[in-house]
Design a binder for this molecule. Sequence first.
Ligand code: AMP
Ligand code: GLY
Length: 421
Amino acid sequence: MDILVIGGGGREHAIVRKLKESPRAGKLYCAPGNGGIARDAECVPISAMDIPAVVAFAKEKKVGLVFVAPDDPLAAGMVDALEKEGIPAFGPRANAAVIEASKVFSKDLMKRYHIPTAQYEVFSNPEEAAAYIEKNNRYPIVVKADGLALGKGVLICQNLEEARAALKEIMEDRVFGASGSRVVVEEFLTGPEVSVLAFTDGHTIKPMVSSKDHKRALDNDQGLNTGGMGTVSPNPYYTEEMAEQCMKTIFLPTIEAMKKEGRPFKGCLYFGLMLTPDGPKVIEYNARFGDPETQVVLPRLKTDLLDIVMAVVEERLEDQPIQWSQEACACVVMASGGYPGHYEKGLPIEGLEENGQVEGAVVYHAGTVCKDGKFLTNGGRVLGVTALGDTLEEALGKAYQAVEKIHWQGVHYRKDIGRTK
Ligand code: AMP
Ligand code: GLY
């Protein structure tokens, strides 16, 4: 079966590599892919948001599966468009991808179906939001843009002044575009954060092994929020009992809720959880694999990913066994100097072998191009250096050893992945 993967980051590189292991996989295409993905798949210069071009390419090449990885084409209805043409596609339809694309939708869903989450109010008027925050008088308070904002639409405010500034940024200056027409103002929760990705075909849900993301740019959780600076799996805080409790109070109720709403969710549903003193609560849903969570979860998958994906697409996940390795996995993201703010592109990366890899680890390329056989930086997050080990310590040791071999001007990475809450 020939396969087209949509997207071009580290997550997509991990997906491509895993699909490639399948004996059933034929030719692999990736749109648009990147310099490193090009070593594992044929990259096609089609934007991940160009729905008509993706549909046309999939038809022309008669691919048996399109795997839509990023959030925006899912929210824009890429899966709906492919299905209309009879092309099997992995990912939720637009009416289910809204669980990520609108925080107002997801918060209201959780309230209606009693799924534990932070208390909140929704506002479309900044004055009313500010008045509420002033009256509530509890800090920190969390202000979130309703729509997709590249993971940056969440502002944690320590006082009324900061909250007013956040409301102005989101609702008046529209820093996150149209996604700022409404805001969710929500209670600040505390506790360790856990990411749980789950396969679901709309009826059955099978959670993957847990992981932990490190979202802040700098060591000791300092600096700005990023897309994710590194991950480990399993998450040390996520016990068996916690997994059972989450299944009962969060995972199953969410799948049931989406079904009842006439929005069955098929694909990978991502639960961003916080283990609060009052039990696990949902911080956010994503309608897709996480990045860089995928980079530490998929290497632990023992079952053929293509078998699972087709079981999801064909709604027979219940009968599909899924096995995981007991090993631990760690991913250290190497980023451009300045990320998540302004950064330079086109800097030569030293230390990678000809195939874009290094000895002792797997290097998932997130933002690279390959010119004349040389890899250059081409994004904020550039590489995800990943290793498996019998223990988390061993995996981290191997990943950091490999990181030491790679360098470019201004490169920065966190030295404390796997070591902070
Ligand atoms: P999100 O984009 O919704 O995942 O939010 C980004 C980050 O903001 C999360 O990973 C949390 O660390 C933090 N955050 C979001 N909502 C809350 C909340 N209600 N209480 C505390 N921290 C939060
Ligand atoms: N790593 C967080 C995300 O993919 O949204």
